[in-house]
Design a protein around this ligand. Structure first.
Ligand SMILES: C[S@@+](CC[C@H](N)C(=O)[O-])C[C@H]1O[C@@H](n2cnc3c(N)ncnc32)[C@H](O)[C@@H]1O
Length: 200
């Protein structure tokens, strides 16, 4: 006995499968960074965040930018501890989402904004404090943007210096796990030194 299979029976499940595959591909594309991040996510331990914020002497009227904000811990801490307005920027949509979820969970959305952005395309002139946990060469690449900060602005970096710019403070922090981290503070205008001279 021959069974007749209607076109509808074959076509509809096929169409549904195509729609599911395409929407999965769209979601995956939306979660991908617009280009390869310059460094992947490694969090600054909370006790080091605390020292960085103290070193920068963050006050309520500061505007804090964390360049490559990861899970948002630095901007959240700046807002919670000092009541400062804080902006976190990250190129990775997954980290942006994570930061935004953390901001929501900590009920600090009135002070903290998270944006998807390439930090090398940002105008930093509104910030009075910039926090960094990147790489030495990325810190150096940021110098032309950091030069546009208002006089008296502070830049703090976890672990990495900025070749050619003299820090005001350079310190070693002992972490809760017994290891150590370096922290650096610069104030604007940046004090430049010729790299050749420094290496002599
Ligand atoms: C080492 S993690 C630091 C995270 C956070 N600032 C902290 O200290 O816990 C560096 C972050 O920078 C982001 N990132 C890398 N290249 C970037 C770029 N060009 N623009 C914006 N974010 C970037 C990564 O996605 C990652 O979340």
């Amino acid at each position: 006995m021959k069974t007749k299979i209607s076109a509808k029976v074959v076509f509809l499940p096929l169409l549904a499968a195509i729609v599911i595959i395409l929407s999965g591909a769209i979601v995956a594309a939306q979660n991908k960074p617009s280009r390869t991040p310059d460094i992947h996510f490694v969090p600054t331990p909370h006790e080091v965040v605390e020292i960085m914020l103290r070193l920068a002497d963050i006050k309520k009227n500061d505007i804090v930018y964390d360049l490559g904000c990861g899970d948002g811990r630095i901007v959240i801490a700046a807002a919670k501890k000092a009541g400062a307005r804080a902006y976190g920027f990250d190129i990775d949509p997954e980290m942006v989402k994570k930061s935004q979820d953390n901001v929501k969970a900590q009920n600090i959305g009135h002070l903290v904004t998270i944006q998807e952005a390439d930090i090398f395309e940002l105008d930093l002139s509104d910030a009075s404090v910039v926090t960094l946990y990147l790489l030495p060469e990325l810190n150096v690449r940021l110098i032309p943007q950091l030069d546009k900060l208002k006089p008296g602005s502070r830049i703090v970096s976890h672990d990495f210096d900025m070749e050619g710019v003299i820090p005001d403070v350079e310190a070693t922090v002992t972490r809760n796990d017994g290891g150590t981290s370096r922290v650096y503070l610069w104030t604007t205008p940046l004090k430049k030194v010729s790299v050749k001279k420094r290496n002599r």
